[in-house]
Design a protein around this ligand. Sequence first.
Ligand SMILES: NC(=O)c1ccc[n+]([C@@H]2O[C@H](COP(=O)([O-])OP(=O)(O)OC[C@H]3O[C@@H](n4cnc5c(N)ncnc54)[C@H](OP(=O)(O)O)[C@@H]3O)[C@@H](O)[C@H]2O)c1
Length: 281
Amino acid sequence: MSYTEMRSGYRQIGYFHHMQNFNQKVVWITGASGGIGEALAYAFAREGARLILTARHADKLNRVAVTCRKSGGQVLVVPLDVTDLTALEAAVVQVKTEMDQVDLLVLNAGQSQRSVALESPLSLDRALMELNFFSPVALTKFILPDMIRRDEGHIVAISSLAGKFGVPRRTAYCASKHAIQGFFEALNAEVARTRVKVTIVSPGRIQTEISLHALTKEGVEHGQMDKGQLEGMPADLCAAKILRAIKKDKKDVLIGRKELIMYFIHKWLPFLYYRLIPNIK
Ligand SMILES: NC(=O)c1ccc[n+]([C@@H]2O[C@H](COP(=O)([O-])OP(=O)(O)OC[C@H]3O[C@@H](n4cnc5c(N)ncnc54)[C@H](OP(=O)(O)O)[C@@H]3O)[C@@H](O)[C@H]2O)c1
């Protein structure tokens, strides 16, 4: 068998079917009003993608859209609370009407936690599961059938290092991100024989306002910038790495700096993980 024959065979089973660039691709990003989602919007806009930007704050989304349009890209701003499934379903109809199809779905909207389980009401666990787990699952279920019908598309789930092991003061957040890991890993297996792709991204510490917006036991925002976040990877670098991972059709990718060592400690030296993790802030 010649190399060309082999390559075409691999292409048929999707092996070489990587997205080479995002020019004119329709990319829907949730949580695009700040942090990683905002940085992703700029990175995709620079590559000529047609963007759909979603988050609750329309004013912030419009500001992001203005910058994206300067790169020449088409942008549709769809403000909503992703936990509102009625609004989400209406948005799906609007997106299909105005943009035809979604090539890339980036499930990024999310919120962290700063409170111990002992003091946290069950309502906090439910709220974080609704936002971080059920809303990306719901949006996936709205969009996936079209992708399967067209036999193309890419779903990118933004999980966390906290989806790989337990981190104190983040029990509900860890649970929601572990659930994301399980759901999208299993989904990846289900679509493996199609050309629909699934990528799970687990960032470590990225310089965003995530700790400011983290939920406390009182159900309000933490309002403090964590040292870990300040010293983390800049969001634009994280976004560039996410785009590269999508292009390479990575299934499961860690993005961060020295904090990623804990992933390997948890995996290979669990006794050390149990010794170190209680001290993590
Ligand atoms: N930064 C990190 O170190 C880090 C590490 C691991 C994983 N992550 C994950 O990366 C993702 C992005 O986080 P980030 O660091 O960029 O945090 P961020 O700066 O706080 O941004 C969160 C984004 O989610 C949106 N959002 C929150 N609740 C929403 C809701 N109910 N409906 C719609 N949009 C909502 C926010 O916009 P509105 O307020 O306008 O709604 C904002 O655009 C999250 O899934 C997070 O878990 C971050």
